[in-house]
Design a protein around this ligand. Sequence first.
Ligand SMILES: C[S@@+](CC[C@H](N)C(=O)[O-])C[C@H]1O[C@@H](n2cnc3c(N)ncnc32)[C@H](O)[C@@H]1O
Length: 258
Amino acid sequence: MKSGQRRSVLQAPAIHALFILCSALLVVVLIRQFLLRPFGLTLTPFVFAVLHGVIAATIAYLRRMAAWWVPILFCFPPAAVLVNSLQLPPALFLGIFLFLMLLFWSTFRSQVPFYPSGLPVWNAVEALLPEGRALRVIDIGSGLGGAIMYLARVRPDSSFTGIELAPLPWLVSSLRARLFGSAGHFVRGDYTQLSFADYDVIFAYLSPAAMTALWFKARQEMQTGSLLLSYEFLIEGVVPDIVVYPRTEGPALYGWHM
Ligand SMILES: C[S@@+](CC[C@H](N)C(=O)[O-])C[C@H]1O[C@@H](n2cnc3c(N)ncnc32)[C@H](O)[C@@H]1O
């Protein structure tokens, strides 16, 4: 792992949350040992966990973590004790962990989880594709591949690629493309390592956390006349050239001409 990547892993909110849980655990152990035990007082596992959650949530609040971390950290220790009391087979936890790991992969670092966009969005992207010439189009973070397979079908003159970091969505998209004979092409990889200069249209459905870096990369690498599209997420401080609403009630699809 490169030092930049190591730094970004350590700065990830989920890793902060893990450190906070460990620190809060230490605080509760110290309280039990030095404040309660001398007076003959004990904590049941559930009360211990609630105290753990309260201290972790307080640290998250004081450290100004995003608002959702406070309830998550408050609930995590008691939830862990409750689930443990169900005496479920350990293999179940391993199975769920492996499934979620393959589905979300490095979401804890990228802060871009998997969730699909859907047909109305793909229609809106199709309507924005320049006509009359063959295009090179990429979906950065292509998930299950629906957008690329749809666009490859309706624009057979152009080439469509999806790049996906997480192994499970990438595998599903590749198998779907083979099974349905799609001309869409799927690669497993990190779009930040890709040259955007090779594409006429870039479609992104990422998250607010990814947008500033995406804009810098697009400005540096995309060629004049190319088009950057982002569903739902704006680039802070950059007015879009295109705003369309794929669903009557729902987020916009934004576009920037380079
Ligand atoms: C919100 S989903 C969008 C899925 C798909 N584009 C769609 O429209 O249905 C975002 C996807 O981006 C992937 N992703 C996040 N960071 C990535 C990166 N640096 N390189 C490639 N894929 C990434 C995630 O694994 C996730 O599957």
